[in-house]
Design a protein. Structure first.
Length: 255
């Protein structure tokens, strides 16, 4: 009838706190945790307790430690699922198109929600990512990373933990397709980098002005390239890449 109560270890309390922060969305995918020494000070515990807690979290798949870089929050979407989707994409570019379509639908909801719920912290995070994008544009640098980070900052501002983890995973899986989308706009549709940047600025301005409908409409215009023509272009690019990979593989086997 009754079960023996086992005393919790200090590391268990640390694990519970970090899990709750992930669940609430306070800690988001790719957020970097403080170094072990600083975490020990924050929790007022020994470094060995922190180390034990981090090992437990890593075993649960909630964090990942990168040698020489730090410890980061992992998306809740299982990496096995991500690998499976990537495998499908290699065989059939329709999978990439379907993910792009999902991305468009979810992101339109997210930008409206983010604008409605915008607070000081979210606004500052979005501003930081937009200014990085603006800096890349003014310096004439490639902006794929700052572009993605701006979109993710808006998604995070929607304050929906499941959506944040899902969209982070989608962007990770779709990295090649998103880059192809930029090529399509610049090379096929004839967009200038200025026009592409201004589309982001219009979304940014509407969010900061707290105009949900304008933010949603401006993002819809920005994502309108995800159409039938882009689908055909995506097929063409994926087929070309796969043929090139097969050619290289055949040459290596012959040698």
């Amino acid at each position: 009838m009754f079960k023996t109560i086992k005393p919790k270890r200090i590391s268990d309390y640390i694990v519970e706190q970090i899990e709750n922060l992930i669940r609430k969305g306070t800690l988001k995918p790719d957020d970097k945790l403080l170094p072990e020494r600083e975490l020990a000070k924050k929790f007022n515990v020994s470094r060995s307790s922190v180390r034990e807690a981090l090992n437990i979290l890593q075993e649960k798949g909630l964090i990942v430690s990168i040698q020489g870089d730090g410890t980061f929050i992992r998306p809740l979407t299982d990496s096995i699922v991500q690998d499976g989707v990537r495998s499908f994409m290699k065989r059939d570019p329709a999978t990439a198109w379907e993910l792009m379509d999902i991305r468009k639908t979810l992101e339109l909801w997210a930008v409206k929600r983010a604008t409605e719920m915008l607070d000081k912290n979210s606004a500052n995070a979005i501003k930081e990512m937009f200014y990085d994008l603006e800096k890349d544009y003014k310096l004439g640098k490639r902006s794929e990373n700052s572009d993605t980070e701006f979109h993710l900052s808006v998604i995070k501002a929607a304050k929906n933990t499941v959506l944040t983890h899902m969209m982070t995973s989608i962007f990770q899986v779709l990295r090649d397709a998103v880059d192809t989308g930029r090529e399509y706009l610049l090379d096929v549709k004839g967009f200038s980098k200025e026009k592409l940047f201004n589309q982001h600025k219009m979304v940014f301005d509407a969010i900061i002005k707290k105009d949900p409908l304008m933010a949603e409409n401006n993002l819809r215009k920005h994502l309108s390239f995800i159409d039938k023509d882009f689908k055909e272009y995506l097929y063409k690019m994926y087929n070309a890449k796969n043929k090139e990979k097969m050619r290289i593989s055949n040459n290596e086997n012959m040698n």
